[in-house]
Write a protein of this length. Structure first.
Length: 291
């Protein structure tokens, strides 16, 4: 954990070269640090999402949150979200272009370690899933209670012409899905045959899967300032689904896949091993020093 942080609003080059706003946070120090792209929810590029972005930097990531509603015009996050909804949502191609712009920014940092993951919430969860399907250079992806991963033909539009579930075969990195079982819109139940989790299991060959469904959790697990939130302080509450392409041996295939996932995108802790610590603890392993 890093007590010293830097956070600021910046400009990055988004889709079609347009400069858009982004919120960037990083630990103070020389790194190297992995990167994470944080996708805000439909209510917009708000304080809660920026707080989450800072939290990632506290844990040792260079984190960037692009304003996906930037083109909706000036105003509060609520105003820009309302304008985006009225227009039919964020166009998928535009979203992917903005994400790639955020990833490019992270790669230019001198303290970047070469790994980038993505996490999105609500509508951002859908966009995170979409990015896992369309951006091969991602190392890991997390969909937090994202709606719209599955969609019927009448729910598609020129802005969002494809249901992300139909692109599942193109996922090239491990994917984690987090859902509350008491979320009435996205509950994962054994009886829900249209559940996107089951549809993923049918569509990805040679998949390695784990599914845990626990009750008592609503929408917005651990979301700051959310009236329907319950604190998520350990992975006991959400429904979690992990997906990654695996070889016959059960190990992730390809250099990028081997490097992906939460464990491998975590920054290396500064480790110090001394004879004194061995004597005092009786341990032969390393001791993690303060960061």
């Amino acid at each position: 954990m890093y007590q010293g942080l830097m956070a600021e609003s910046i400009r990055i080059e988004g889709h079609n070269g347009l400069e858009i706003d982004a919120y960037f946070a990083r630990p103070l120090g020389g790194g190297p640090y992995p990167g994470v792209v944080v996708l805000h929810h439909m209510p917009g590029w708000d304080d809660a999402t920026k707080e989450i972005t800072r939290k990632f930097s506290f844990y040792g990531y260079s984190a960037i949150c692009p304003n996906l509603h930037f083109r909706a015009g000036a105003g509060s996050p609520d105003d820009m979200a309302a304008a985006t909804r009225a227009a039919g949502g964020v166009p998928d191609d535009q979203c992917i272009g903005d994400i790639e712009g955020a990833m490019h920014y992270l790669r230019t940092l001198p303290y970047h370690n070469g790994k980038i993951g993505i996490i999105g919430f609500c509508s951002g969860g859908r966009q995170s899933y979409l990015a896992a399907c369309r951006i091969p250079s991602l190392d890991a992806a997390v969909d937090c209670w994202g709606g719209g991963v599955t969609a019927s033909a009448d729910q598609l539009s020129p802005r969002q012409p494809v249901a992300p579930i139909d692109l599942t075969k193109d996922i090239s990195c491990p994917l984690l899905g987090i859902f509350g079982n008491d979320d009435e819109k996205r509950a994962l139940t054994e009886q829900d045959s249209s559940c996107w989790v089951k549809r993923i299991m049918l569509r990805v060959p040679d998949g390695a899967w784990s599914l845990r469904t626990l009750s008592g959790v609503p929408l917005a697990i651990g979301w700051p300032h959310h009236g329907r939130c319950r604190t998520w302080d350990r992975p006991r509450s959400p429904c979690a689904v992990t997906a990654g392409r695996r070889g016959a041996s059960g190990t992730a295939t390809g250099g990028r896949a081997r490097a992906a996932g939460a464990a491998s995108t975590r920054p290396r802790s500064r480790q110090r091993t001394t004879r004194q610590s061995r004597r005092s603890t009786g341990a032969t392993g390393t001791r993690t020093g303060p960061s």
